[in-house]
Write a protein that binds this ligand. Structure first.
Ligand code: FE2
Length: 264
């Protein structure tokens, strides 16, 4: 099974990048399952039902989220109904939505899990113990499991990779928006990358318009950020899973730009 996992899609530039990149990526990599992180898809803050539908209509099979899950109030209208979307599993019991989903791709099924780190992010339940509990439930029936670990600290992400090595198919990091060059298959067969990278305006700051971000850094005053709507950058990974064991054989980084002109 080949899985295409696409990093945090930020705002309209990110959505445009997805639309313009998917046909070529689909013909080049033939993915059975396509997953996107969509927590920044609505102007950098959360996701709406209309955007989720747009992704599914383009052939995306599952959507993961993160710390911005609740930023757009629209989410509360559809997260309980949308079985192909996961928010961090380590929110307290009773939180709307789900942290684990079985998504159906082209003739293949993949379990997607979203879990959030606690270092430099709001305190949630322990992501490591949350994964233990999830895998205990999944192990009887599922071998093909992708974990989107949405976390700030590289150390926490690497720790999760080692913790889950041999227990899941892949641990892919999201949230920090800059693709890391440490993709590998860990010794027990789990594909790992610290951060897949983002999909959105390439001349902003992590996908947000840079003037406002700079102003915030310079003044410390509250500033409203908007998504950068210029030319895009696109980051993803393709992972090849063994159909029998569920472990991974290969992970490959994808990095594309709207044009290759000199950056401002
Ligand atoms: Fe995030």
């Amino acid at each position: 099974m080949r899985v295409l996992f696409i990093g945090d899609i930020v705002g309209a530039a990110g959505r445009r990048a997805l639309k313009e990149s998917l046909p070529e990526l689909r013909s080049k990599h033939n993915p059975h399952v396509i997953i996107v992180n969509g927590e920044n898809a609505a102007g950098g803050r959360g996701i709406t039902a209309a955007i989720a539908k747009e992704f599914f209509d383009q052939g995306v099979h599952g959507i993961t989220l993160g710390n911005h899950t609740w930023d757009n109030k629209d989410i509360f209208d559809f997260i309980d109904r949308e079985e192909r979307m996961v928010r961090p599993a380590n929110y307290p019991p009773g939180t709307p939505g789900r942290g684990v989903a079985v998504v159906k791709g082209l003739s293949k099924e993949l379990v997607i899990v979203n879990v959030q780190g606690r270092t430099f992010l709001p305190p949630l339940d322990c992501p490591f113990q949350t994964m233990d509990a999830i895998l205990e439930k999944l192990k009887k029936n599922h071998k093909h499991i992708l974990v989107d670990f949405h976390a700030e600290a590289t150390s926490e992400k690497i720790a999760m990779g080692w913790y889950l090595d041999g227990r899941v198919s892949a641990v892919v990091g999201t949230h920090t928006h800059v693709q890391t060059h440490d993709e590998r298959i860990l010794p027990q067969g789990t594909a790992y990358v610290t951060d897949v990278g983002m999909v959105g305006g390439r001349d902003g700051i992590l996908g947000m318009e840079r003037t406002a971000v700079l102003q915030k850094f310079k003044t410390g005053l509250p500033v409203r950020f908007t998504a950068d709507e210029g030319k895009w950058q696109f980051h993803a990974v393709v992972i090849e899973l063994d159909d029998e064991t569920g472990l991974s054989k290969k992970i490959e980084l994808i990095r594309r730009f709207e044009t290759e002109t000199v950056w401002a």
